[in-house]
Design a protein around this ligand. Sequence first.
Ligand code: AGP
Length: 606
Amino acid sequence: MCGIIGYIGHKPATPFLVEGLTRLEYRGYDSSGIAVRNGDLEIHKCAGKITDLVSILPKKIEGTSGIAHTRWATHGPPSDVNAHPHCSVDGKIALVHNGIIENARVLRNRLEKEGVKLQSDTDSEALVHLIHREISNGSKPLTAVRRTLKRARGTWGLCVIFEDHDTIICARNGSPLVIGVGDGENWIASDTLPLQARTQQVIRLEDGVLAEVTSEGVKTSRFDGRYSDSNVTTLDEDWGEAELGDYPHFMLKEIYDQPEALRQCLTGRLDLKDGNARLGGLGLTPKQLQKIPHVRLLGCGTALLASQVGRLVIEQLARVPALAHVSSEFRHNDPVIENNALHFAVSQSGETADTLAAIKEIQLKGGEVRGVINVVGSTIARQCGKGCYIHSGPEQAVASTKAFTNMVAALTLFAIQIGRARSLSRTRGKQLVKALKKLPQLVESYLDNPGSIMDAVDALKDAKSVLFLGRGISAPVAREGALKLMEIAYIPCLAYPAGEMKHGPIALLEEGSPVVVVAPNDSLKDKTISSIHECRARGAKIILIHEEGDSIAEEADIAISVPSTDPILSPILTVLPLQLIAYHTALILDRDVDRPRNLAKSVTVE
Ligand code: AGP
């Protein structure tokens, strides 16, 4: 939910801090700040985007160690004073924190009673005053931080810098923190993106671990003081350059990345000869696949919607019960976990706290969870231990696009694999494998000629609200279209299974109400045509996503066609116009497409 950056070495710290903040802006961007050790601690921070921070920085800031932070507000509104770093009263200690201190109120009240004047409304600030107290009582930096955290409850990824000590203390409990190891210099970041250009050697801090980082090295220890091996690993996936290139926004770039991203996801995983698919990382033999009683998928947001598509594909191809669960609800519903059931955690970032919590609930009850993840080595990937990477490449825009299509593709591969171990025929399997092989090129051909997107944008951009409808495998696609339009154009949307619309939401319709309908050429199409008629009879304006050449186009005011494919693969195509409609609507409404308000790319708080 926030981005943390740190540097200690022999070069000026500020350039890396600012560049790193920019690379982590997708994690939160309502305020930011830096602290550089330059004799004393030089602090600069403000509300707004990182460009606002850069505009207030002096031309040159000396100092070869520093920490920085870009925020997504959890406690206290975005403001200069609530921006991190937070400092001790004597200004000699500065702290940046990602996470939530659940007992912050108690800690703040106690500090205030003892005469400490807190500057901000944040939970994080309490920590720096407690650390200051420990230092004042003679503790060394590491001990001071450890003792303070023993009094805190909640989650943290944090860095602390000291005027009087040439070290940065890091600690991790629930929010990611990675240390890049160099020669005479070390870097710290919330994820590996800012580190790649500096080093391939990283230490991914585990929960409950603290690290003492100096220019000479990194010493890690456990919360209870026991030694912890600082195992250095090599970054094993070159993300390539997450650069914008000629695109105006990351979201548009990532929409157009989808053909190549799909190819990456499918490469080496299709077996045309046997009409099968291979997801080696799942570590599941055909015998084990035959015994699975049911499949559960967990996710949030777009990952949840991809899971809703996936569960339908799994049930249809493998004839095994499959359900998609909202991660944030899952563990609070006290689920019954059958330990030979198959559980998937679906997540682009691999850092979503709600999904991580659901995983731990399953593991606590003896179940195993496999990840369907984009970011290699992420927390969820490590917590699961097994799974498959979707290989979308870095997805920087807050609105997820290529991760959705690759999640659906990966879950379809799994559905074929488990299906072929059970009742799915070789013939049907070969049909699906052939169709999957063709899919990247079909996506490319649609994106090269996306049809009347701007007509749809004109029909939606001034709407008070928009209704999205789909049936069967297109219902989650309709929900994904609604989510996109909501999160980047800020237009209220409602997504409903088309058959359900007449049981209530139809009351919303009046003359000219825009209704987006997803209707591939599948067995439910005729039913969806009935829903279209019901909407039109109430004056609705129909924007239809359909397969090319299908006469259903005549039922719509605006018809956008996508290439034909196997109906079970249609979501990977029918979602494309919805992504473009959301993107261009947000643009025309002058929204911040890549950094929409109130959101963050990786939600690492529950
Ligand atoms: C989707 O466009 C949103 N950015 C959001 O719903 C996202 O899908 C959700 O937070 C889950 O993130 P994850 O895939 O990284 O777990």
